[in-house]
Design a protein around this ligand. Structure first.
Ligand code: NAP
Length: 248
């Protein structure tokens, strides 16, 4: 953390399950108070909260749909009113969903849902949180992209576009805010074992992966934790792959 003896917060979007949950737990171990965002699954979010508190950490639930500009503004404004002077030092834009379809058969809703939860969600939440980071002259922003956003995957035109958009935004924003000690990086996981990949056949797909397995949410969380640490202050505008050697 940046300063001693002051309660600093980390906001992780989509922290009720999967990678976001593992990231929230790791950031809590680093001493951050956690804002656990999720969209709908309150039971899962409460389990993240319980696990953080069981390890002596502090957290609260902050549900909102990242794709909804007004939801984001209302929830974060209200939180700031209730916590005057509180500082969100780390933002992990992790919320995302997959709605795969071949382009020829893609429904508008499949396109907008995926762009909304990843790319637009990143925009809405970051714009809100960034102002205080600029005032505080310190911040860490980590955007959860994907191997799909680097190489493009058939059946994922929506998802590849959303994640590639996040990568472009990461590189641009990093240059805007570097002078204020704010780093902005993207993490690009390959196949990670979570609910999102629950419908995939790991036994078949792992043959393509040099490490011969899917990754774990905890492995991604360790990478995010390093990027969120003060030790990573000279790393910005980067896209860090975590994919078991799967060639992009
Ligand atoms: P997951 O297990 O399906 O969890 C998704 C999380 O995002 C849940 O907490 C969900 O909340 C939340 N969420 C989804 N849409 C949201 C919205 N509009 N507003 C707020 N929260 C929302 O997914 P995951 O595998 O952990 O993936 C996390 C991130 O990593 C995603 O951005 C994904 O694209 C990326 N990623 C994953 C993999 C992989 O192999 N798993 C690979 C590359 C990139 P609820 O619980 O309320 O639904």
């Amino acid at each position: 953390m940046n300063a001693q003896n002051v309660q600093k917060y980390a906001l992780v979007t989509g922290a009720s399950r999967g990678i976001g949950k593992a990231v929230a737990l790791r950031l809590s171990e680093m001493g951050y108070a956690l804002l656990i965002n999720y969209k709908a699954n309150e039971a899962a979010a409460l389990e993240t909260l319980r696990m953080i508190e069981a390890h002596g950490g502090t957290a609260c639930l902050l549900p909102f749909d990242v794709a909804g500009k007004d939801h984001v503004r209302k929830a974060l404004d209200q939180w700031h009113e209730e916590h005057p002077g509180a500082v969100i030092e780390v933002l992990v834009n992790n919320a995302g969903n997959r709605r795969d379809a071949l382009m020829a058969f893609m429904e508008d809703e499949q396109w907008s849902s995926v762009l909304g939860s990843s790319l637009e969600g990143m925009y809405h939440v970051t714009r809100h949180v960034l102002k205080n980071m600029l005032l505080n002259r310190y911040g860490r922003i980590i955007n959860m992209a994907s191997l799909s956003g680097l190489k493009g995957l058939p059946g994922q035109v929506n998802y590849s576009a959303a994640k590639a958009g996040m990568i472009g935004a990461t590189k641009a924003l990093a240059q805007e805010v570097a002078r204020r000690n704010i780093t902005v990086n993207a993490v690009a996981p390959g196949f990670i074992r979570t609910d999102m990949t629950g419908d995939l056949n790991e036994t078949e797909l792992k043959a393509q992966i040099p490490a011969n397995r899917f990754g774990t949410a905890e492995e991604v969380a360790d990478l995010v934790a390093f990027l969120a640490s003060s030790k990573a202050g000279y790393i910005t505008g980067q896209v860090i792959g975590i994919n078991g050697g799967l060639y992009t």
